[in-house]
Design a protein. Structure first.
Lengths: 163, 177
């Protein structure tokens, strides 16, 4: 419980730090439905928390979908994750819809991208919104503040390679 | 007996935790080492066709300082850097600078559109997972390498970086003969 509280505060602090460092950001990424900041804080999951979930009982593991670049997915992705298509493109959203169409709306899903710094990610928010619109009620977005390499791979969390 | 089993169990647990931490540490270090191991080593060679069909052969750029820019059309900070790289190509080209752009987009169509809009003053070729892995893993953009005249990787910049830092280092490399 304590750990969960600490992680929540860590998430809030990370987002706070991003909000307090606007010098690097583009105005277009500050607001609007395409901004990663439009994803509510309670829908974010930290890398450590996701890693714990993925090591937990199989029945409780979420479906993990990468919603960014396929080239980067091919280089390395979260072990067990599936590629779903870039959320910033209609073709990507269509692929995402197709992948989850037959799933129960209560299925726990974690989406991630990590192509670039969170405040610049064009993929995560559209994918999140798409799943929300389809009625999925347990969707979370993996908070990768800098990118997949820095915040997941270099921290030693499990990765897989290839398509 | 129970009183002695407690410390023994705790010692065993501590040992297990230490091993786990060591393993985690080695896992943590591996990718970072992979990326940083390129520093001061010969840049991995590659040959690609740029978007205009011309050959980009890193080996043939020996004698020049190469700024190798991994970017993508979906990477907003990358697009911020590109006009500066074009300006540097024009300004320092005569001194031996060669900028090379490698797009990590999934397909060339959006790259052609971006190049048409941004008009970089340097060649842009398509990258892929193999090329990314060759350079230690391109696990986030932007990613810039500076390669000296001897073909050695001298600097690596991951993520949004102060362009003045890159330019200063690049000028130092240009001054090396």
């Amino acid at each position: 419980m304590k750990t969960r509280t600490i992680l929540k505060w860590a998430g809030a602090a990370t987002l706070g730090a991003m909000l307090l460092a606007p010098g690097k950001m583009h105005a277009q990424q500050w607001s609007g439905p395409g901004s990663a900041f439009s994803i509510p804080h309670e829908a974010l999951v930290q890398p450590a928390a996701l890693d714990r979930l993925l090591r937990g009982p199989k029945a409780e593991r979420p479906l993990v979908l990468q919603v960014g670049s396929h080239v980067l997915f091919e280089e390395a992705h979260i072990a067990g994750a599936e590629y779903a298509g870039p959320g910033s493109q209609e073709t990507g959203l269509a692929a995402l819809r197709e992948r989850v169409q037959g799933l129960a709306r209560g299925t726990p899903i974690v989406i991630y991208c990590g192509c670039c710094p969170w405040n610049h990610c064009p993929n995560i928010a559209p994918a999140y919104r798409q799943l929300q619109e389809m009625g999925f009620v347990h969707v979370r977005a993996l908070l990768l503040a800098e990118n997949f390499g820095t915040d997941w791979m270099n921290k030693g969390y499990p990765v897989a390679h290839g398509r | 007996m129970g009183g002695r089993a407690g410390p023994a169990r705790r010692a065993a647990q501590a040992g297990a935790v230490s091993i786990a931490l060591l393993l985690a540490g080695s896992l943590l270090a591996a990718p970072a080492q992979r990326a940083s191991s390129l520093l001061n080593r010969r840049a991995p060679e590659f040959t690609r066709r740029d978007l205009n069909g011309a050959t980009v052969d890193l080996a043939r750029l020996r004698g020049k300082v190469v700024l190798l820019d991994f970017w993508a059309t979906w990477c907003a900070p990358c697009e911020v850097e590109m006009p500066a790289f074009s300006a540097w190509q024009r300004k320092y080209g005569a001194q031996g600078l060669q900028v090379v752009g490698i797009s990590m987009d999934d397909s060339p169509a959006p790259v052609r559109r971006a190049v048409g809009r941004l008009k970089p003053a340097y060649p842009v070729a398509m990258g892929d997972a193999q090329l990314g892995e060759l350079y230690g893993g391109v696990m986030g953009l932007p990613l810039v390498f500076l390669i000296d005249r001897r073909g050695v990787v001298r600097a690596r910049y991951q993520g949004e970086t102060d362009l003045k830092r890159i330019e200063t280092r690049m000028r130092e490399l240009l001054a090396e003969r």
